[in-house]
Design a protein around this ligand. Structure first.
Ligand SMILES: [Zn+2]
Length: 464
C-alpha cells in the first residue's frame, strides 16, 4: 500500500519535471532559454571563488561565468542570488544503489523504480551523479546508465555503474549484495571477466582485497595483477576495496588506479609509493567508521534526514549508534584517529582525493544522499580545509568518474549546481543548507519529492 502511494506521488513529481524538461531547454524546437544567475558568491570547483558572480545557462549548459559587470545576454531571464553561495553539484564516486528501502536492504529491492528513487534522493541532496561500486547485476544497470547518458531524466542524478565487481570465492555469498559479484580464481578468469566488462563499456572495474578481519581468503596478487593489466589494455581503471597498509602498498605497486576506502594507516613507504604513482586516487568512505564516535546529526535527526528517511529507519540507526559499547567505541576512536592522521599526511603530500560515501551500503542505514554531507564534514574533521573538500567533491570526483561535463561551474559544462543559504568555506556543514538544486539547467522539484517521501512514510511521519 505504502509503496503505491510513493510511486504515484513520485510519478506526479517526476512527470511534471519531465514535461517541463521536454518543452524547455532539451527540446530542439523550443525557443532558446537563457537564464542569468547573478549576485551569488560562486565556488567554481577548482578552488577559485568569485564574489558577486554572474553565470549564464543556455540549453542546460553554462555559457558564461564571471563577475557581474551588469551586462546580460539579450532576452535573458535574471535570477537574483544575492546573499547565496553557489557550488557545482556534488559527485559521489562510491555508493551502493538500489538495495536500501526503509528497513529492508536486499536484491528484492533492486528494481528500476527503487534505483530511480535513489537517484532522486541524490538529486535532492545536491548530488549530480553517483557510481554504484560493484553491486549491480542483470541488464538493468546498463539500461539505466545508457538512458541517463541520453539525458532521459532531466532533473535526476545520473546513475553510473562499474557493473559486477570481481571477487574471490569467500566474498561471494547468497545474502544481500554479496551475491552480485563475479567469481575470479585464476588470472585467466580475471582477464576474461575484465574483457566482458569492457564489452559493456565499463570504465572502472571494482574488486576487493580484504581479509575481513581474517575471515576471508583474499584475492591473490597474481589475480589482481591480471585484473589491473587487462583493464589497462582496455583503457579501464581498477578501483579496489582494500584498507590494510600492506595490501595497499602491493596494490599500488601492481598499478591499481583507485583506492575505494581510506587505508587504515599511512607510513613513509606508502607516501613514497603514492608520490611515485601520481595517478592513484582515494575516495575515502569515512562515514561508517566515523559515525560510531561522531554523529550529532542523528539525535535529534537533521531536518534533511527527517524529510527523506522513515522514522523507524532513523530510530534503528539512532539506537544502534547510541548502543555502541564503550570498548567498541574506543576501538572505533583509535581507528578513526589513525585514519585521520593518515589522511592529513596524504593530503599534505598532494595525493588525489575524491569523494565516495558508501551511500546505500549494507553496513546499514547509510542514508542515500545524506552520506555525502557527512563525508564532507568527516574530511574536514580529518584535517582538510573546506575549500579542498569542495574541490574533492566536484572537479576531482568528476575526473575520477570520467564525467568531463560535470564538477565545475565553467563555460561548456553541464549546468549542474547547488544554491546554498550559507557559505561552506565558513563551515562545511553549510552544504546542508540547500536552497535549490539545478541539474542540467532544470530545478530539482525538492518540495514535491519530499512530500512524496513523507506521504509514503504514512501519517506518523507527517505529524512530527
Ligand atoms: Zn562500498
Amino acid at each position: 500500500m505504502r509503496h503505491w502511494k510513493l510511486f504515484a506521488a513520485l510519478a506526479i513529481a517526476i512527470g511534471s519535471i519531465w514535461f517541463s524538461g521536454c518543452a524547455g531547454p532539451e527540446s530542439v524546437n523550443a525557443p532558446r532559454s537563457v537564464t542569468a544567475y547573478s549576485g551569488a558568491r560562486l565556488l567554481t570547483g577548482d578552488g577559485s571563488v568569485i564574489e558577486n558572480a554572474v553565470f549564464v545557462v543556455e540549453n542546460g549548459r553554462f555559457t558564461r561565468v564571471g563577475r557581474d559587470d551588469g551586462t546580460l545576454p539579450a532576452g535573458a531571464t535574471r535570477i537574483d542570488l544575492a546573499g547565496k553561495t553557489v557550488i557545482p553539484a556534488l559527485l559521489d564516486a562510491h555508493s551502493h544503489i538500489g538495495y536500501m528501502k526503509n528497513l529492508s536492504s536486499g536484491p528484492e529491492n533492486y528494481t528500476r523504480e527503487n534505483i530511480l528513487d535513489h537517484m532522486n534522493r541524490f538529486a535532492y541532496f545536491g548530488v549530480a551523479a553517483s557510481m554504484a561500486m560493484g553491486t549491480d547485476f542483470g541488464e538493468l544497470p546498463y539500461q539505466l546508465r545508457d538512458e541517463m547518458a541520453a539525458r532521459r531524466y532531466p532533473a535526476t542524478a545520473r546513475f553510473l555503474t562499474t557493473g559486477k565487481g570481481l571477487a574471490p570465492i569467500d566474498e561471494i555469498r547468497p545474502d544481500n549484495m554479496r551475491h552480485s559479484a563475479t567469481l575470479v580464481t585464476t588470472p585467466e578468469d580475471a582477464r576474461r571477466e575484465v574483457r566482458a566488462l569492457a564489452a559493456r563499456n565499463i570504465k572502472i572495474v571494482k574488486t576487493w582485497v580484504d581479509s575481513r578481519g581474517g575471515s576471508v581468503r583474499k584475492l591473490t596478487p597474481e589475480v589482481y595483477t591480471a585484473i589491473i593489466d587487462e583493464a589497462h589494455k582496455h583503457n579501464m581503471k581498477v578501483a579496489v576495496h582494500a584498507t590494510g597498509l600492506a595490501d595497499v602498498k602491493l596494490l599500488v605497486r601492481a598499478g591499481v588506479d583507485g583506492l575505494a576506502h581510506m587505508v587504515s594507516d599511512v607510513d613513509d613507504e606508502l607516501l613514497d609509493l603514492l608520490k611515485a604513482h601520481p595517478n592513484v586516487y582515494f575516495t575515502l568512505c569515512f562515514g561508517g567508521p566515523h559515525r560510531l564516535v561522531y554523529a550529532p546529526w542523528i539525535d535529534p535527526p537533521h531536518p534533511l534526514i527527517r524529510e527523506t528517511v522513515a522514522p523507524e529507519q532513523i530510530e534503528r540507526l539512532r539506537k544502534r549508534l547510541a548502543g555502541t559499547k564503550p570498548d567498541a567505541r574506543a576501538r572505533a576512536q583509535a581507528a578513526w584517529d589513525k585514519m585521520a592522521r593518515g589522511l592529513a599526511r596524504i593530503n599534505a603530500a598532494g595525493i588525489t582525493i575524491g569523494v565516495g560515501t558508501d551511500g546505500g551500503g549494507q553496513t546499514g542505514d547509510q542514508f542515500v544522499g545524506w552520506t555525502m554531507h557527512t563525508e564532507l564534514e568527516n574530511m574536514v574533521a580529518a584535517g582538510m580545509t573546506p575549500g579542498q573538500v569542495i574541490v574533492a567533491a566536484t572537479r576531482t570526483s568528476a575526473r575520477i568518474m570520467g564525467l568531463d561535463d560535470l564538477g565545475m561551474v565553467a563555460p561548456g559544462k553541464s549546468a549542474d549546481f547547488v544554491v546554498l543559504d550559507a557559505n561552506p568555506l565558513d563551515d562545511i556543514t553549510n552544504t546542508r543548507r540547500i536552497n535549490k538544486v539545478i541539474l542540467r539547467g532544470n530545478e530539482v522539484p525538492r518540495a514535491a519529492l519530499a512530500a512524496a517521501w513523507q506521504a509514503a512514510m504514512g501519517p506518523a511521519a507527517g505529524a512530527k
